[in-house]
Write a protein that binds this ligand. Structure first.
Ligand SMILES: O=C(O)C[C@@H](Cc1ccccc1)[C@H](O)SCc1ccccc1
Ligand code: NI
Length: 183
C-alpha cells in the first residue's frame, strides 16, 4: 500500500515535468499503480487507517507525486450535495471549461508540499474531462465546484504545475474577478 514515505516532496523533478501519456491498453504495472493510488486516497480519508499508517488526508493524488512521470490520477471527493466522485483515470484531459472561475475559501494544500502557502487559487468553476478508466473504457465527466477544483489540481501535477503557481504574487488574497467562492 502507498504511504506518505512514497510521496515525493517539492524539489523532486517529477513535480516539475510534463508526464508521459500512458500507453493503452494499460500494462498490469500501470493498472497496479493506479489501483494503489485510489486505495491511498480512500485510506487517507479513513480515520483509523490514516492514524495507523500516518496518512495525511487527501482528496486526490497524481502519479508524479509518487515520482512516476505518467498521466494517471486518482480522485475521491464528495460535492456540496454529498455526491461521491471516485475515479482512477489514465490520460485525463480537460476538453472544455467555463469562463467563470472559482476558488477555495481556505486556499489549497498539497501532499507534496510540507508547508502552508496562503492565498486564493483561481480555478475554472466548470470543466469537462475525457479520460480512460481502469477497465479501458472512455470516461466523459462534466464537473463543477470542488470536484472540478480537485481534477484541475491533479491534472496540473501531470503538467508540472503546483497550486501556488496560480496564486497572485502581489496580492495572494485578491479575489479573482467575478469568481465563485467554494467553502
Ligand atoms: O496533493 C494533492 O494532489 C492532493 C491534494 C489535492 C487538493 C488540494 C486542494 C484542493 C484540491 C485538491 C490533497 O487532497 S491536500 C489535502 C486536502 C484535503 C481535503 C480538502 C482539501 C485539501
Ligand atoms: Ni497536490
Amino acid at each position: 500500500m502507498i504511504t506518505m514515505k512514497d510521496i515525493v516532496r517539492e524539489g523532486h523533478p517529477a513535480l516539475r515535468a510534463k508526464a508521459e501519456e500512458v500507453v493503452l491498453p494499460a500494462s498490469d504495472e500501470d493498472k497496479q499503480t493506479l489501483k494503489a493510488m485510489i486505495e491511498f486516497v480512500i485510506n487517507s480519508q479513513d480515520p483509523e487507517i490514516a492514524a495507523k499508517y500516518g496518512l495525511r488526508p487527501g482528496i486526490g493524488l497524481a502519479a508524479p507525486q509518487l515520482g512516476i512521470s505518467k498521466r494517471m490520477i486518482a480522485v475521491h471527493v464528495v460535492d456540496e450535495d454529498d455526491k461521491l466522485y471516485s475515479y482512477a483515470l489514465f490520460n485525463p484531459k480537460i476538453v472544455s471549461h467555463s469562463t467563470k472561475k472559482c476558488y477555495l475559501a481556505g486556499g489549497e494544500g498539497c501532499l507534496s508540499v510540507d508547508r502552508d502557502v496562503p492565498g486564493y487559487v483561481p480555478r475554472y468553476f466548470k470543466i469537462t474531462v475525457k479520460a480512460t478508466d481502469l477497465e479501458g473504457k472512455e470516461v466523459n465527466l462534466r464537473l463543477k465546484g470542488l470536484p472540478a477544483i480537485v481534477f484541475q489540481h491533479e491534472i496540473d501535477h501531470l503538467n508540472g504545475i503546483m497550486f501556488y503557481d496560480h496564486i497572485n504574487k502581489q496580492d495572494p488574497f485578491k479575489a479573482p474577478e467575478d469568481a465563485i467562492v467554494i467553502e
